[in-house]
Design a protein around this ligand. Structure first.
Ligand code: ATP
Ligand code: MG
Length: 220
């Protein structure tokens, strides 16, 4: 067993020796194969030492929506990632009071990792298209490179065109796209399937599926 279980929550994960770190933020309500396949594809393609999943505490862009309790989303993320030795889950946004902003989270990991290390922020292309609405984008682009997962056949050029007009060219250079076949899976679709009594098998790891049924999540 790693000594991770004995760390106090506020100490989070020891990453002081990490040179190439991936962060994947999300609501993870619930986490699914799209998130996992993407994280693993980015880890191997970009030679990352670790990918840390960061479930959001209070997501600022989902205020009007009903979101499952953060401890449950954290637990589902733990259940989903436990079999991958390169994956970890952070409590940093769960423990933080108020809204969770990626810029604060990125700075937090920046100061904890190797000062010469590189930080990669993994997102879906949909999230990148909203980046101009994010708080602290200058700080974000100074501290990390973005890896945006796209559907096969998606034209990265289309994204560059949509962002290009508003985003500084040096920022655009720090957004790299990667094609991921599992892009069609979404948490919204999984929640709706559970509510309608449809199968969610193979869309997410089995322990997460079992947890959803056991806790009666996503039933209206
Ligand atoms: P919802 O449908 O509730 O918005 P979601 O499936 O988009 O959920 P989030 O927790 O909102 O999941 O997403 C976390 C991150 O994962 C975001 O950067 C999002 O763009 C990305 N993402 C979501 N679905 C996929 C997928 N199928 N493949 C790759 N990345 C994804
Ligand atoms: Mg989403």
């Amino acid at each position: 067993m790693s000594d991770r279980a004995f760390l106090l929550p506020e100490e989070d994960i020891d990453i002081s020796h990490i040179k190439r770190l991936g962060l994947m933020g999300g609501t993870f309500d619930p986490i699914h194969q799209g998130h996992l396949v993407t994280a693993e594809a980015v880890r191997t393609s970009f030679n990352l030492d670790k990918v840390i999943f960061v479930p959001s505490g209070q997501p600022p862009h989902k205020v009007e929506k009903k979101v499952t309790a953060k401890e449950r989303r954290f637990l589902m993320t733990e259940l989903a990632t436990v079999t991958n030795p390169y994956f970890e889950v952070s409590r940093v946004e769960i423990n933080r009071q108020g809204y969770s902003y990626s810029a604060d989270t990125v700075s937090y990991f920046r100061q904890l990792m190797d000062p010469d290390g590189e930080l990669f922020f993994i997102t879906g292309a949909d999230a990148i298209l909203e980046i101009l609405t994010w708080k602290g984008i200058d700080k974000l682009f100074a501290e990390c490179t973005f890896i945006a997962a796209t559907r096969p056949g998606f034209q990265p050029q289309a994204m560059a065109e949509r962002l290009g007009a508003q985003l500084k060219p040096e920022y655009l250079k720090k957004i790299i796209t990667i094609e991921v076949p599992a892009m069609a899976i979404s948490s919204t679709d999984i929640r709706s399937r559970v509510d309608r009594g449809r199968s969610i098998k193979y869309l997410l790891p089995e322990p997460v599926e079992q947890y959803i049924y056991k806790q009666g999540l996503y039933k209206a």
